[in-house]
Design a binder for this molecule. Structure first.
Ligand code: SIN
Length: 347
């Protein structure tokens, strides 16, 4: 199974390990070189330890008076997920406001914040805000930022097309639905993704509601899924940097959100490998159906489009997503993800 788009990792050649930014007359280079992907082949992390997570959304006022003030504008993109938000700065939210952000992200699944100063507040403050939502996952293989392993850098430009290295031209398209780091014992919850350079057109992120994907199933089919567990795996990739050894983890195939109580499918093509207790063909058959169901559900999907200053906050427990590799490589796409880990998934 192909690895996730979110984990694009080039092989470590000397050229990559020592990746240098080059500016030409035509191309001045990335707007935020500080966040250029960094790979240190000697960087090592210990196995991730389980910790007690309490979701900040559980402490939020359901009316969200600190987030949804009279100055805040919201536009829903679909009944099932996705809301554009403007008129409020994430960087200015109080503790109460951040709790409300966790709750709103869980309810709407994807929030697209416009005109944010988030990219300019510096790495320490960015990390401090994201930490409110859980311990930040340090990615085992992807590009990070020198001195800041909390950042997961997404980069695609003419000098460094990480996406192409992981999803080859053999594929008809490079769509790859996944939920971030779902192979972790405590996978991602409320997740932050801020754009630094966006293409003139294209480069959107597709999102699907895993709650609605579950709701669409018949009661009899839902009963069959009850109690099933699936294995998810992070893989060691083609000689890329490996900071932490790959792990194989079991999670319920349907999980319940701790704050909203909603049930969501928790399988994804990027990382889910097999259904525990099923024979190989049975597992492949059921997973293929579920992967197709999520991918084809255009009536429970949205696209997040990027503008300068956009920050997308999504709840990885109840969504699947995919990058869209449809833009001209002359148009750089540079973004950074902060990935707080949430609770151990439960049914
Ligand atoms: C991600 O998978 O976390 C990044 C999505 C994107 O690049 O659009």
């Amino acid at each position: 199974m192909a690895p996730s788009v979110s984990d694009i990792v080039p092989p470590v050649t000397d050229a990559i390990a020592d990746l240098k930014l080059t500016a030409t007359k035509e191309d001045k280079g990335p707007s935020y070189p500080f966040y250029y992907p960094y790979y240190d082949p000697n960087e090592k992390f210990p196995p991730t330890q389980v910790y007690e997570h309490t979701d900040p959304g559980a402490k939020a006022d359901r009316a969200k008076p600190h987030l949804l003030t009279p100055e805040t504008n919201v536009t829903h993109l679909s009944p099932f997920l996705g809301t554009e938000v403007s008129g409020v700065q994430i960087s200015q939210l109080s503790e109460e406001g951040l709790n409300e952000l966790a709750l709103y992200a869980a309810e709407r699944k994807v929030l697209i914040f416009r005109n944010q100063d988030f990219k300019d507040i510096g790495p320490d403050r960015q990390i401090e805000i994201a930490k409110h939502f859980g311990r930040i996952q340090r990615h085992p293989t992807s590009g990070n930022v020198k001195g800041y392993p909390e950042f997961h850098v997404v980069y695609r430009g003419s000098e460094h097309d990480m996406l192409k290295e992981i999803i080859s031209d053999e594929r008809i398209n490079r769509t790859q639905w996944h939920s971030d780091v779902s192979y972790e014992k405590q996978p991602a919850g409320t997740t932050f993704f801020f754009i630094l350079d966006q293409p003139a057109v294209g480069g959107d992120t597709l999102f699907a509601s895993q709650v609605e994907a579950y709701n669409r199933l018949s009661p009899e089919f839902k009963k069959r899924l009850e109690g099933l567990r699936a294995q998810a795996e992070s893989s060691r990739r083609r000689g890329g940097v490996v900071r932490r050894e790959p792990i194989l983890t079991e999670h319920p195939l349907v999980r319940r959100h701790p704050v909203t109580g909603e049930k969501a499918l928790y399988v994804n093509q990027g990382f889910t490998r097999r259904i525990v207790g099923f024979k190989t063909e049975e597992s492949e058959y059921l997973l293929k159906f579920l992967f197709d169901h999520i991918a084809k559900g255009a009536d429970f999907q949205i696209r997040a489009r990027y503008e300068a200053g956009t920050v997308v906050v999504w709840d990885n427990r109840v969504t699947a997503h995919s990058a869209t590799a449809d833009f001209n490589l002359g148009d750089r796409r540079h973004a950074v993800r902060l990935t707080p880990q949430a609770e151990v998934p439960t049914e």
